[in-house]
Design a protein around this ligand. Structure first.
Ligand code: SAM
Length: 241
């Protein structure tokens, strides 16, 4: 997959996307990630990307010209490019949206700054508009990094063990079950016996129950999702066998 990011702050991306799983995905050719500075598509001495809002008000608005030029340049000849504006007004990003994005060949993530985008950018350039939550960040760099990280770990082969992506939180509308490692007893807290039993069917059943209980306690809203209903039906069918 190819991901281009258009930002006023390319220096923010050094570090988080150069380590760990994203680094490995890049090194293995699963992810071709390029960070572009929006000011490279300006033509004046001051590299101007913003201007005062028509109608008055505080702050500066991102101008359409450099953004249109940049997006047209980066998507030229690429019919499959999917342009995503990062914006608090977008649909709220989720694991389900990440799975959709991970199927695409080319994403172009457009980071806003200042008070945001001239509305014509939204109307004329964006295929999608995504928010990472109901709060306002200073600019779109952190939201773009969140998207890159979440989508990259869903690319086939990015995680060493594909099963771990299937079982983890949100994948089937549930939170993950409790995990334990050695020692079997730590300061009086014991690992549940079933996990030491070696009985795979019982371990699976225990994990499914624990995931349900934890989700009901911490995130009951997730249990109403279509993914959770499918999972509950599958588990019921397995129990009935
Ligand atoms: C200070 S914010 C602009 C907020 C805008 N004036 C508003 O009230 O919706 C500047 C930029 O940061 C990014 N941003 C801020 N919060 C975000 C969020 N929750 N999700 C995605 N992007 C966000 C967007 O790219 C946005 O254009």
């Amino acid at each position: 997959m190819k991901i281009d990011v258009l930002t006023l702050f390319p220096e923010m991306f050094a570090g988080p996307l150069d380590v760990s799983m994203v680094r490995r995905a890049r090194d293995r050719g699963l992810l071709d990630l390029k960070i572009h500075n929006l000011r490279d598509w300006t033509h004046d001495r001051h590299k101007t990307v913003d201007d005062r809002p028509f109608g008055g008000g505080p702050g500066m608005v991102l101008k359409p010209e450099p953004l249109f030029e940049a997006v047209e340049h980066l998507t030229a000849g690429l019919a499959d490019a999917h342009v995503v504006l990062l914006s608090p007004a977008g649909r709220v990003f989720s694991q389900a949206i990440a799975r959709e994005l991970a199927l695409r060949d080319h994403l172009l993530l457009v980071c806003g700054s200042y008070v945001g985008f001239d509305e014509r950018i939204r109307e004329g350039l964006a295929d999608d508009e995504l928010s990472i939550g109901d709060y306002v960040l200073t600019n779109g760099a952190l939201p773009a990094m969140v998207l890159v990280d979440v989508v990259t770990r869903l690319l086939p082969g990015a995680l060493g063990d594909d099963a771990s992506a299937q079982d983890e939180s949100f994948s089937a509308g549930c939170l993950e079950y409790p995990q334990y490692t050695r020692p079997a007893e730590f300061r009086g807290w014991k690992v549940p016996e079933v996990l030491l039993s070696g009985h795979h069917a019982e371990i699976s059943r225990w994990r499914a129950e624990q995931a349900q209980q934890r989700t009901r306690r911490l995130r009951p809203d997730l249990l109403a999702s279509p993914a959770a209903e499918t999972r509950a039906r599958t588990e019921q069918a397995q129990d009935d066998l």
